[in-house]
Each structure stands twice: as structure tokens, then as C-alpha cells.
Design a protein around this ligand. Structure first.
Ligand code: PMP
Length: 429
């Protein structure tokens, strides 16, 4: 029995499923989750002494690679001054200033502790601001696990939303309308019928939770225009795409301005963080300035702020994004060539340093149904385990994006491509 297997068996005694977040359990891909011991740069090391080139990067935050010295130094220095005060600190203002500089659509920002908190609070604020209850989201986008968001479409577009998890009251789910990503006509039709009841639209402006699916620019543009016409708050959930699609997020990448933005992951440098912000007139409705309540004992935590600020400084170095994005293209071109060489139906998507690979006959994968119905999940699972044996750690699910870090060298990427070629040769049967 490997140490990972032993630890997994022990973990299941007192942790549901042995994990503190479901995707870690390898349920989709099968097998035993790898238990990690430590990580440095592009590599993560498991408890059995194996090294993996890591393309998960803690699901996005590790854009500098693991244990980046500048982040560790910043946390160490802050640590000496105290771990939490539950009172204002100057470093929170530094963070707010930096966020507002990098995201010009954000006039004011509130820090929280997770992406879930950020989206949940942004939605409450949009509801409080507009006085409307309904919200629109898109199939395949994930915005955390708050009740209003664990909802799928009913049988027809405007029929009541259906909870995707027991425990979510139907009376909450009924306020959520779920439409198809990249389908502007469905948005038009929905707004024409109930636009005056909709508080907000929340969207991943590059989807990273149905694998990686960028929007068409006309879709995002159209959404922006329709929201403006109907007085609906447009929320970009950039928890993943923020600092990834581009330094200024997908909104910079596509040149489209939302009313509100949610952030997380990279902005905390690997410590627990979330943030939501946007137009001043909306943010002024938030307590203590306005009536919409939201709070947090550890919000704006000094360690998280120090890690996040060090991170934001590092990623603004000249040439950072060019190098990062070049590495993604090197990887994807190499993987595509390997697949073509072995006659494996394969395509890929990317936006900045987020990427997705698909075992499919489709030329383009552009919505949830494409991933769920037109991609070969079984082949992905075999590829995933083959890559693991070759020392490459991909996301353990065909519905998750991959992430590049600046610590991945050209050699790491070539090693990954060579490994993929070996594994793909075995996938044909
Ligand atoms: N929004 C998006 C786009 C995400 O990718 C995630 C998490 N992967 C969340 C929200 C929720 O963030 P958290 O897991 O920190 O609650």
C-alpha cells in the first residue's frame, strides 16, 4: 500500500470522503488521490517521494509556481506583526488601491475569505441595489457553493430553477435562471420576458469550470449591452480568470466593462481570499455605508493581504505575461502535435495562462454540452492516469481547466509533451 493510499484510508475515518473539497477525491477519474507533502516551483512532491510537474497550481493561485520566495518572505515578515486583528490595517488599503488600479471597472472593493463568499455577497448586493430577486447564470459556470448558485435549469428556459444539491430550498432555486453559455439569443429572449425582475447576471468571462471555455467576444459584448438596457447588474466572476486571462482579467482581455467583479485565487497568493468590487454607486449600498449586510471575522487578513500584495507586485514585472502565455502555447502546440501524430481526436482552448484539453472530434468546444456530450471522458481518465505515471499532475477531472506558472520551464513543458506522446500512443485501443 502506498503512503497516499494509507493516508486516504485514514482520512476517510473523520473527513467525509477523506477530502475537504470533493474534486480532490478523484471520483471522476477513479483511483486514489495523491497526498502531497511539499511543492516548489513547477513541482509538487507526494508523500511517496514522487515528483510531478503540476498544472493544477492549487486550482489557479500559484501563478508564480509553488513556494515562491517573494511570497514566503512577505508572509514571514507580516507574521511577526500578528496574525489577525479584526480591526483595520493599512495593508488592506494598499490591496484595495492595487485592485482598483489593475481593474479600472472597480471603484471600491471589499475583501472576503473565499470565492464563494465573494460571489454570494456580490449577488446580495446586486439584489439590494436593484430591489429585484432573480439572477441569471450560465450552464457549466461555477461560482462557488452558495444556495442560489447550486441550481440548474428547469425543463424550459424560464421554468423554475432546480436545486443541484439536496439542502437547497426550491424556494431559493426558483429565483435562479440558467442559460446556455455563448448563446446570446437565449439571453435576449429571457430579458424580453422577465428582464425587469432580474437583479444580476453572473458569468465566468472565461469559463474554467467546464474545462476551459472562452466566450465569443460578441456574446460578452451583447450581454453587456443587454444588461445596460434592462438595468441589470453584470457581474464578472473573475475568481479564476482574474490575473490569468490577462493582468486585468478577462475584462481587459476582451475590453468589456462589467458593473461588478469577483476575485480570488491569485489575489491571495495561495492563502484563503476572495474579493468583490465594482461601481461606486453599487458598492455604496454595502454596510456600513449602506443597508446591504456583509461581514467577516478574518476578512482582509494581514497574512493573506501580504501574500496577495507580493503576488500582485511580482506579476507586474515587465514581460511576465508574455512569457507565461508563450509557455501555454508551447504546451498546447506540442500536445496537439502529439495527438495528431498518434491519430487521437483532440483539441484545445486557452485564454492567457488558463488552458483546456479535449478528447473530441469537435474543432471547437464552446459550451457545457460540448464537453459533457461530445468529449471522450473515459479517454481523458486514461490520459490523466497515464500522465500521472509519467510524473505530470493534471486536474483530476475532464471538467477543469489547467494552469501554467512562470516557474514552468521550456524543459518542463517539453517533458510534458514527451510524456503525453507516450501516453497517447497507448490510448488508441
Ligand atoms: N468562482 C469561480 C469562477 C471559481 O473557479 C471558484 C472556485 N474554483 C469559485 C468561484 C469559488 O471559490 P472558492 O472555492 O474559493 O469558494
Amino acid at each position: 500500500m502506498s503512503k497516499s493510499e494509507q493516508l486516504f484510508a485514514q482520512a476517510q475515518q473523520h473527513i467525509p470522503g477523506g477530502v475537504n473539497s470533493p474534486v480532490r477525491a478523484f471520483k471522476g477519474v477513479g483511483g486514489t488521490p495523491i497526498f502531497f507533502d511539499h511543492a516548489k516551483g513547477a513541482y509538487a512532491y507526494d508523500v511517496d517521494g514522487n515528483r510531478y510537474i503540476d498544472y493544477v497550481g492549487s486550482w489557479g493561485p500559484m501563478i508564480l509556481g509553488h513556494s515562491a520566495p517573494e511570497i514566503l518572505d512577505a508572509v514571514r515578515a507580516q507574521m511577526e506583526n500578528g496574525l489577525s486583528f479584526g480591526a483595520p490595517t493599512g495593508i488592506e488599503t494598499e490591496m484595495a488601491n492595487e485592485v482598483c488600479k489593475l481593474f479600472p471597472s472597480i471603484d471600491m472593493v471589499r475583501m472576503a475569505n473565499s470565492g464563494t463568499e465573494a460571489t454570494m455577497s456580490a449577488i446580495r448586493l446586486a439584489r439590494g441595489f436593484t430591489g429585484r430577486d432573480k439572477l441569471v447564470k450560465f450552464e457549466g459556470c461555477y461560482h462557488g457553493h452558495s444556495d442560489s448558485l447550486l441550481v440548474k435549469a428547469g425543463s424550459g428556459m424560464l421554468t423554475l430553477g432546480v436545486p443541484t444539491s439536496p439542502g437547497v430550498p426550491a424556494s431559493v432555486a426558483e429565483h435562479t435562471v440558467t442559460l446556455n453559455y455563448n448563446d446570446l439569443d437565449s439571453v435576449k429572449e429571457c430579458f424580453a420576458q422577465i428582464g425587469d425582475q432580474i437583479a444580476c447576471v453572473i458569468i465566468e468571462p472565461v469559463a474554467g469550470n467546464m474545462n476551459c471555455i472562452p466566450p465569443s467576444k460578441s456574446f460578452l459584448q451583447g450581454l453587456r449591452e443587454l444588461c445596460t438596457v434592462h438595468g441589470i447588474v453584470l457581474i464578472f466572476d473573475e475568481v479564476m480568470s482574474g490575473f490569468r486571462a490577462a493582468l486585468g482579467g478577462a475584462q481587459q482581455y476582451y475590453g468589456i466593462t462589467p458593473d461588478m467583479t469577483c476575485l480570488g485565487k491569485v489575489i491571495g497568493g495561495g492563502l484563503p481570499v476572495g474579493a468583490f468590487g465594482g461601481k461606486r454607486e453599487i458598492m455604496e449600498h454595502l454596510a456600513p455605508l449602506g443597508p446591504v449586510y456583509q461581514a467577516g471575522t478574518l476578512s482582509g487578513n494581514p497574512l493573506a493581504m501580504a501574500a496577495g500584495l507580493a503576488m500582485l507586485k511580482a506579476i507586474q514585472q515587465p514581460g511576465f505575461y508574455q512569457q507565461l502565455n508563450d509557455r501555454v502555447q508551447q504546451l498546447l502546440n506540442g500536445l496537439q502535435a502529439a495527438a495528431d501524430q498518434h491519430g487521437i481526436a483532440f483539441t484545445h482552448n486557452s485564454a492567457g495562462s488558463m488552458f483546456g484539453i479535449f478528447f473530441t472530434e469537435l474543432d471547437q468546444v464552446s459550451c457545457f454540452k460540448d464537453v459533457a456530450e461530445q468529449c471522450d471522458g473515459e479517454r481523458f481518465n486514461r490520459f490523466f492516469h497515464g500522465m500521472l505515471e509519467q510524473g505530470v499532475y493534471l486536474a483530476p477531472s475532464a471538467f477543469e481547466a489547467g494552469f501554467m506558472s512562470i516557474a514552468h520551464t521550456e524543459e518542463d513543458i517539453q517533458h510534458t509533451i514527451d510524456a503525453a506522446s507516450i501516453v497517447m500512443a497507448s490510448l488508441k485501443g
